[in-house]
Design a protein around this ligand. Structure first.
Ligand SMILES: C[S@@+](CC[C@H](N)C(=O)[O-])C[C@H]1O[C@@H](n2cnc3c(N)ncnc32)[C@H](O)[C@@H]1O
Length: 536
């Protein structure tokens, strides 16, 4: 469920602050991030390269990419393999070779040498640079107890998360010895170490969960605490969360990390399920010298949450057009129903004031941002507790909160997005089994959702492609029913068919840009097939 999962990128910051306490020697040997930016800029101006972008530098963004000419929608900007890859920070165990989910049950296949759970002995990621390497296996093999004794089905999600969190950090630190060039490409990334150090809670977390564990339990005493903190910062600021067909991983890429954030970005990215390469392209026309942007946050979150997420992990407060507008570019997807007059909408008075008040547009009711956040967290927990296939549960959720949240509220949209995807696809609710009312409901959720996405994630974006594909089916089926029952004219039927064709064409054009072997690409092919069958 893209709407409710973090399947986007996480990111980073600017370049001006003091670096960590590296030794004088190291500082002399390695260029600063500012010098690296200048070198990159020079390199990107070299005449033999006809790159669609170049590296620029600003006080606000730090290094960022700008279009070196006008770019058309769908132009490929970057295709590159990861510098580093590892499991995401979550309580879900995954195979260290291919990042597909595994269990911690006694019958789960495990690496015979180090004891970490793997999907199987023929996993494509075994001894592969993007998977479970021999170096890693040897290191873990000497500490077999970690995986064999701690990673069992008695471990709670927090313990599992703490152990998996270390994997990518260790992989990067291993590169320091085994592939210094690769390590240098990572070391030039922003870490915000100094700002992170000022945040006592965050610093203590990494000190206890990462530095002390690596140096203590994992007996990697030669690691310098400072370097470990630096790597933790680089990961938090620059990682992408990727994965296709059930796999989940986090990655660092050599140049994609340079993209600045915007909550209505002009690029879209996807990843290749085999190589884990990132494929980044423009989602709409970009003017020459315009910043190339992607969203570090989830589109389907309100301003309060998106900004908090970016401040927490990426150490900046977003001030983009969407964030600055209390109505989020007219979508109103954070507005609440006024609890006092019941008629007005409650919105942040100044959304760039994170702890400022929210006020009703009809009466004098006001509420603090912290209160709003607490309420939204409770509603979000409620939504998360509903199984994604539970149609009555999700419908009930919409009913329960319709007098509390405005219809376009992101939490309602999230539930509607799930419903768009499962109506027509699960047993008991397959299209031939559905009542015309339920089919019409699917259509109306798809339309509501599309209207919002057209504003917040416009152009050639996966979310638009997916929702258009979902929308074509109810429009088609209802049109057929209506003509058979004599409810619409031939002309109206033709008009509706035209819409179906348009929806299929756009979704095909978008989803066929997704990598081969991905679910989205399969949908793109299905759209193309449907068009052929319709003679288009
Ligand atoms: C993934 S890094 C991007 C590259 C980074 N600018 C650099 O020089 O290494 C993300 C960081 O860039 C900065 N940044 C990106 N987008 C920004 C934005 N919209 N506003 C302010 N800072 C931004 C923040 O410092 C953020 O932590």
């Amino acid at each position: 469920m893209p709407g409710r999962k973090k399947n986007h990128h996480k990111n980073s910051n600017r370049v001006r602050h003091q670096r960590g306490q590296q030794s004088r020697d190291k500082q002399e040997e390695q260029p600063t991030k500012e010098q690296a930016a200048e070198e990159e800029e020079e390199a990107s101006h070299s005449p033999e390269e006809d790159k669609p972008f170049r590296v620029a530098q600003s006080e606000i963004y730090g290094r960022y990419l700008v279009a070196s000419r006008q770019l058309e929608p769908g132009e490929t900007l970057i295709r590159e393999e990861p510098l580093a890859i590892g499991p995401c920070v979550s309580g879900d165990p995954v195979c260290l070779g291919c990042y597909q989910p595994v269990t911690l049950k006694p019958d789960q296949y495990r690496c015979p040498d180090c004891g970490w759970p793997l999907c199987g002995s023929n996993c494509s990621g075994l001894k592969h640079k993007h998977g479970h390497t021999e170096t890693e296996c040897q290191l873990y093999g000497k500490r077999r107890a970690v995986a064999a004794e701690l990673l069992t089905d008695r471990a709670g999600p927090a313990e599992v998360r703490d152990l998996y969190e270390l994997v990518m950090i260790v992989r990067i630190l291993l590169l320091r010895q085994h592939d210094p060039e690769q390590f240098a490409l990572i070391a030039r990334m922003e870490s915000h170490t100094e700002e992170r150090r000022q945040n006592a809670v965050l610093w203590r977390h990494y000190e206890e969960k990462v530095v002390q564990r690596l140096r203590g339990t994992w007996q990697l005493e030669d690691l310098e605490a400072e370097q470990v903190h630096e790597v933790c910062g680089i990961l938090d600021v620059n990682c992408f969360e990727i994965g296709q067909n059930g796999a989940k991983a986090r990655t660092l890429y050599p140049s994609a990390f340079l993209l600045a954030h915007d909550c209505t970005p002009n690029t879209a990215h996807t990843d290749d399920p085999r190589s884990f390469a990132i494929l980044l392209r423009t989602s709409r026309r970009v003017r020459e010298r315009e910043a190339l942007t992607l969203s570090y946050a989830y589109t389907l979150q309100g301003t309060l949450k998106r900004r908090a997420f970016m401040h927490e992990g990426k150490l900046f407060w977003c001030r983009c057009r969407r964030c600055a507008d209390p109505r989020e570019l007219g979508t109103d997807c954070s507005a609440l129903v006024c609890a006092t007059c019941r008629a007005g909408s409650v919105r942040a008075v100044d959304p760039l004031e994170q702890t400022g008040d929210w006020a009703c547009d009809r009466c004098s009711h006001q509420i603090g941002a912290e209160d709003v956040e607490r309420r939204l967290d409770r509603i979000n927990d409620d939504l998360e507790s509903i199984d994604v296939h539970d149609i009555p549960g999700l419908e009930n959720f919409l009913l329960r909160y319709r007098d509390i949240l405005r219809p376009n509220h992101y939490l309602l949209l999230s539930a509607k997005y799930s419903l768009c995807q499962i109506y027509g696809r699960i047993d008991g609710y397959l299209l031939p089994q559905m009542s015309p009312e339920d089919i019409a409901r699917k259509e109306s959720y798809c339309r509501e959702f599309l209207e919002i996405i057209d504003v917040l994630d416009p152009g050639l974006t996966r979310l638009r492609g997916l929702i258009m594909y979902e929308l074509h089916a109810p429009v088609m089926v209802l049109a057929q029913m209506a003509i058979q029952n004599g409810q619409i004219s031939r002309q109206e039927f033709q008009r509706r068919l035209k819409e179906v064709v348009k929806l299929l064409q756009v979704s095909r054009d978008i989803l066929c840009l997704e990598p081969e072997g991905s679910t989205e690409n399969a949908m793109g092919l299905a759209a193309a097939d449907a068009l052929t069958k319709m003679g288009c």
